[in-house]
Unconditional design. Structure first.
Length: 330
């Protein structure tokens, strides 16, 4: 282990948390000072309508380690996290909620695992609240996500996780996918572990999410599959669908036209709908193939630009001991 302790950046999104911020900050400062690493605490105010921005400003005046980012509007938790991650300068980034449901006292446990060599440490909720069919769905969802990611993730729901910063800096966070951030970042080869944490009930303010998010989760899973398997090769996916539709359409239409001549099918009277269906399949197939090519070209153009690499470099290994840590953006 190097003699200089790596800097820790805490990134926490804030939406109407005026009653939680001061206590959170004090508890964070306490836990981090005890730990002894250099640190910064980044509060990202996500367009709160209460006094959160004012309180963050006061905290930044009191503590030199506190940085406040005041977003010009409410962009949602994921974008707020992204703003904080872009600002973070630590080698380790810890993401957590600002409503005191995540306990700052757990930070040393995360750091302990990072020091063992893990690159992502996930907080695993000790007492899962789901019961009955919700529990079953949640377990199945975790199995699907684990198999998409190629890594055993037993709990991805909590944002409370510690990351080596090179992994996070390169992940393009949009929409609601903070829920899947662990799975977006963790894939085969990334050193991942989970630690049990307590998630406290919210004492002040209200939750911003309803329990009814199964639809969103299914969409996010489809996105996750696309992101992991096809981000750099969308033509594989769209082209396969296109070829399948085109091929099926050709076979159907060919069979009908042939039958019309040999067996007197009388397409117009008896098989008109089937004929139109066959032609539509051909056209849809061609459409998928064209969209696939255009998408592939845009992806190629995107990854051709500087700072948009489809990979993340952990470190550069050289002959001497000037091993370099390196970051690349996706
Ligand atoms: N949050 C945010 N922007 C939003 C909604 C929520 O920054 O539009 C923050 C919120 O202040 C909290 C975290 O995201 O720190 C998690 O939100 P919440 O506690 O409502 O979610 P839950 O714990 O109920 O899933
Ligand atoms: Mg909460």
């Amino acid at each position: 282990m190097s003699s200089v302790l790596p800097k820790i950046s805490i990134v926490t999104p804030v939406y109407n948390e005026e009653k939680n911020l001061s206590e959170l900050c004090v508890r964070l400062v306490f836990a981090l000072t005890e730990l002894g690493h250099p640190y910064e605490i980044i509060f990202v105010n996500d367009g709160s309508s209460d006094r959160s921005a004012e309180i963050i400003k006061t905290l930044a005046n009191v503590y030199t380690e506190v940085v406040g980012i005041d977003l010009a509007g409410n962009y949602g938790q994921t974008i707020a996290l992204r703003a904080g991650i872009e600002q973070a300068s630590g080698a380790i980034i810890i993401l957590m909620d600002s409503d005191l449901q995540h306990d700052p006292a757990d930070i040393p446990l995360f750091i302990h695992e990072i020091e063992k060599g893990y690159e992502v440490v996930g907080g695993k909720k000790l007492d899962r609240p789901e019961k009955g069919w919700r529990k079953w769905i949640s377990e199945k969802a975790h199995q699907v996500i684990s198999s998409i990611a190629g890594v055993q993730l037993s709990y991805f729901g909590a944002t409370y996780k510690a990351y080596k910063s090179y992994l996070l800096k390169s992940t393009n966070l949009l929409t609601d996918n903070h829920r899947f951030l662990g799975a977006l970042v963790v894939r085969k080869g990334v050193r991942y572990t989970e630690i049990p944490i307590r998630i406290h009930p919210r004492l002040h303010g209200v939750s911003n999410y309803s329990m009814n998010k199964i639809g969103k989760v299914v969409l996010d899973m489809i996105y996750l599959k696309f992101f992991i398997s096809f981000l750099t090769k969308p033509f594989r996916l769209l082209g396969t669908v296109g070829l399948f539709l085109f091929g099926t359409g050709c076979l159907l239409t060919f069979w009908l036209v042939l039958g019309n001549f040999i067996f007197q099918f009388h397409i117009k009277e008896n098989y008109f709908i089937e004929f139109i269906f066959g032609v539509s399949l051909i056209l849809s197939g061609l459409l998928f193939l064209s969209i696939g090519i255009v998408t592939q070209l845009s992806v190629q153009h995107y990854f051709h630009q500087k700072n948009h690499s489809p990979y993340i470099v952990r470190s550069i290994l050289q002959h001497s001991d000037n091993e370099k840590d390196s970051i690349s953006c996706r």
